[in-house]
Structure formats: C-alpha cells, structure tokens
Design a protein around this ligand. Structure first.
Ligand code: SF4
Ligand code: SF4
Ligand SMILES: [Zn+2]
Length: 276
C-alpha cells in the first residue's frame, strides 16, 4: 500500500492511495470523517439573552464553530481520566459578553486557552440591536464525528477510483468526444484523440465521451474506453481548520490500525478459548 501526495497543505490535500482494497479506502474515508477527534462547543450556560434568537438556537450555532484543536494537549472525552465529566485535559471554556448594536461573531468568544480559539474570527452568531444583551459561558469538549457532525474535522472527504482511458485504432480524430467531455480532458493529437497532459486524474468517469463516440456511427464499440483501476484511488480532503489535513490522515490511519490490532487480539483470544 502506498500514498502519494499531489498537493498537501494545512487546509486541503489531494493524494493517491495505491494497492488498497475498496473496503480499506472506504474505511479510511469514514475514519477521517468520524473517528478523528476535535473540539466543539457542547455545553452553554446562558446568563443573559435578550437577542432575537432562542437559547437553543444560539447553542446550536455556537456548536458549529470550528475550533483549533491541539491533540497533543487535549484528548477525547471518552478516553479521558475524568470519564467524560469534562476536565482541562478534554475540554476548554469560553466566555462571551456583548451588548447591541453589534453583530456578535466567533471572535467575541474569549478562550480560557489561547491556543484553542475559533478557526475564523468573523463567523456571525447573532445580531444585537440597541439595548439587547448576550452573556454566556460555553464549554467545548473533544469528541468525534461519530457522536455529532459538529465534531467532524473535514469539510470535504471523498475519493474515486483512478481513471484509465484507452483509445483504440478505430479512432479517426473526429473530435466528438473532445467536445462532449465536460472537464476538457481530451484533445486531438495528430490522427487520434489523446488525454491532455496532466489531466487524467480530473476525469470523472462519466463516460460521456464513450457515448459521443458511439453516436458517430462507429459501431457497437466506441474507440475510446473509460475504466477505473480497481485498487488505486484519488482522495480529496479539506479540513475545517480545527486540525491540519496531515494530522487528520495520520490519526485516521492510526485509528484503523488500532481497530485492526483489537480485532486480531479478540480473534487470538477466541482461538485460545477454543483450544481449552
Ligand atoms: S469519462 Fe467523462 S470526464 Fe472522463 S474523459 Fe470521458 S467525458 Fe471526460
Ligand atoms: S469520438 Fe471516437 S472516433 Fe471521434 S475522436 Fe473521439 S474516440 Fe476518436
Ligand atoms: Zn477529561
């Protein structure tokens, strides 16, 4: 199994996973979405709210604000020694006090830990008109997307099989497939059509090119054929900013390994019991 990065920065990554089964590719996708922990606001104590929004609506909006998460300083609430009660190792508190006229934004949340802050300071929470007030305390805890989507660290996380495009000898460079391709993957080169340089990975496997080729009256088989490599995948992952993408991939792989080790251990235990 091999991972090759086409691009990688803190916000987004595009990489190719080779030599993996469809089950593993899907497990990696799911682990990145639902098994990598992040901080998100879970408990809100509202002292004063004379805004137009109900307390519940405010709490919901606060929960969706991405918060930068240092997983070397915080750990998942489930794994914490406080047994989920909430302590400085798995949670962080914010305070907010605002008076209208003003649009209250995520940057108005004052964190207890200066490293655990909203990823973007300009996310609107509520608009206060003159005389309206909002005073609250919010506790963010570390958990995973399995519990609620607000703990998902990814905005985009998907993959497709790596495309394969072959052009047969019957191609007469009529260009019909070139015009039909919505992603401008194809180009006429001499007496045949070809894949434009560096464009193959952008093919969506829609097969409109095959259909266009058939419509030229070429016969039952198109000159262009699109298929997918069964064990090679192109992943696109975007972070919500709570964790760098590299950390999301690393933690997801670690989670899968942990699960597989646990399964192996259980199988050994069962086989041991069987022998007795
Ligand atoms: S399968 Fe779709 S995207 Fe890919 S080359 Fe054909 S028309 Fe273009
Ligand atoms: S439509 Fe068929 S024959 Fe025409 S250029 Fe494309 S592959 Fe070749
Ligand atoms: Zn704790």
């Amino acid at each position: 199994m091999e991972i090759q990065f086409a691009s990688l920065d803190d916000a987004a990554s595009r990489f190719t996973l080779s030599g993996a089964s469809p089950a593993f590719a899907n497990a990696l996708r799911r682990a990145m979405i639902a098994d990598v922990p992040t901080l998100a606001i879970e408990d809100v104590r509202i002292y004063d709210n004379t805004s137009a929004l109900f307390d519940e609506m405010l709490a919901h909006r606060l929960g969706l604000i991405p918060i930068t998460t240092d997983l070397t300083a915080y750990q998942s609430r489930d794994a914490c020694s406080c047994n989920g009660a909430g302590c400085p190792a798995c949670s962080v508190t914010f305070t907010l006090s605002a008076e209208g006229p003003k649009v209250v934004v995520s940057g108005d949340l004052i964190p207890q830990d200066p490293k655990a802050v909203p990823v973007h300071a300009a996310i609107p929470i509520v608009k206060l008109v003159k005389g309206q007030k909002l005073v609250l305390e919010a506790k963010a805890v570390v958990a995973t997307g399995k519990e609620h989507a607000k703990w998902q660290p990814t905005l985009v996380c998907g993959y497709k099989n790596h495309p394969v495009i072959t052009i047969g000898d019957t191609c007469d460079a009529c260009g019909m497939c070139v015009d039909e391709c919505p992603r401008e993957i194809l180009t006429v080169k001499g007496k045949k059509v070809a894949v434009a340089a560096g464009k193959l990975s952008e093919c969506s496997l829609c097969r409109l090119c095959e259909r266009a080729c058939i419509s030229t009256g070429i016969g039952e088989e198109p000159a262009i054929k699109v298929s997918a490599e069964p064990d090679r995948y192109i992943f696109v992952v975007e972070s919500d900013g709570s964790l760098p993408v590299k950390e999301i991939i690393k933690r997801a792989l670690k989670h899968i390994k942990g699960q597989s080790d646990e399964l192996e251990h259980k199988i050994r235990e069962i086989s041991g019991d069987d022998k007795k």
